[in-house]
Design a protein around this ligand. Sequence first.
Ligand SMILES: [Zn+2]
Length: 68
Amino acid sequence: MQERGTPLPTRPVHCRVCTILIGKGYEERRPIPLTNGRGYICWQCYASIRRQTARRAADRQDQDAAIR
Ligand SMILES: [Zn+2]
């Protein structure tokens, strides 16, 4: 069964963060396209980046609260 909607690369790609191969037959099968079109990352790195982004947003809110 093929998923539709997200265009996936036909060849295995390297994760831009940890450089593992992502593709059919590899440990990571589904690459996450970076929003800026700079390539793909694996789910592990995607989750890690999501956590960092959330933490940074929380820090920024703390700073805003301190200024006010
Ligand atoms: Zn990775």
